[in-house]
Design a protein around this ligand. Structure first.
Ligand code: ATP
Length: 246
């Protein structure tokens, strides 16, 4: 792995098994699998904001799933936050995920718990025990995402943008080296979407890599950055600035 990289993929192919219950056989033989992407080479360094763009079904989510070890890496080499994806064991996956934050389009909050409890749940599940440290950490991430004084709100009492901020706060709890965001602005109106983009830029500015799958070209126009296009089973880096005509 390149010393400074937080994500590195070399000559990776990504498959989906047709039978998700047969992961063991998936690792051994690939004949019952669909190839999604091949020849994937990608290096992401601290502080980079990288957009993943491409048509529906072009493999953006599959690439992200490979990075958080939801899909096994069966061909090629890959490292994320110091973990070798070809060697990672099932019991190590939670430790990999503590070094990354994952943000989804639909927030995936615990709807029966308030803001504080949503964050407390994750901290306790990842080994935090001291109540004062938990309180301080929650105050710190809520401040970072602009949700101060919302600790006792339930998710349904928050706007879409605020719910996404909470899910980003949750992603930040364990000081991740990389955030994977799959269509994070997909459910938001333009103003809320812009706020989330500014937040991700600030997070990247603090040194955390951000990899974001998006269909929102307006966001990329507003905040141009490194862009990877998914097309016909391959990925390629594109010069978004010249394509968009700056
Ligand atoms: N769990 C799965 N099992 C089998 N095939 C899958 C699975 N998930 C996705 N696929 C297939 O893998 C391919 C890539 O899908 P993926 O969700 O990665 O695309 P995407 O670029 O993220 O699409 P979108 O923009 O809609 O999110 C598609 O052909 C899809 O049908």
């Amino acid at each position: 792995m390149e010393p400074n990289a937080v994500v590195e993929l070399r000559n990776v192919s990504i498959y989906h098994t047709r039978d998700s219950f047969k992961e063991a056989s998936f690792r051994k033989k690939r004949d019952n699998c669909d190839l999604v992407l091949s020849d994937v080479n990608l290096t992401v360094r601290p502080g980079e904001l990288v957009y993943l763009i491409g048509r529906v079904g072009s493999g953006k989510s599959s690439l992200m799933k490979t990075l958080y070890a939801e899909l096994p890496l069966v061909e090629g080499e890959g490292w994320v936050a110091g973990f070798d994806l070809t060697k990672i064991r099932r019991k190590d996956i939670p430790y990999l995920r503590r070094r990354m934050g994952i943000v989804f389009q639909d927030y995936q909050l615990l709807t029966d718990r308030n803001v504080f409890q949503n964050l407390q749940f994750v901290l306790k599940a990842t080994g935090w025990k001291n109540d004062m440290e938990i309180k301080n950490k929650i105050a710190e991430v809520l401040n970072e995402v602009g949700l101060v004084n919302k600790e006792y709100k339930m998710p349904f009492q928050l706007s879409g943008g605020e719910q996404q901020r909470l899910s980003i706060a949750r992603a930040l709890l364990n000081n991740p080296q990389v955030i994977l965001a799959d269509e994070p602005t997909g459910n938001l109106d333009p103003a809320a979407s812009d706020g989330i983009m500014q937040l991700f830029r600030a997070i990247a500015g603090n040194g955390c890599a951000v990899i974001m799958a998006t269909h929102n070209i307006g966001n990329i126009q507003q905040y141009p950055s490194r862009t990877i296009r998914f097309n016909q089973g391959q990925i390629e880096e594109i010069d978004i600035v010249s394509i968009l005509g700056y």
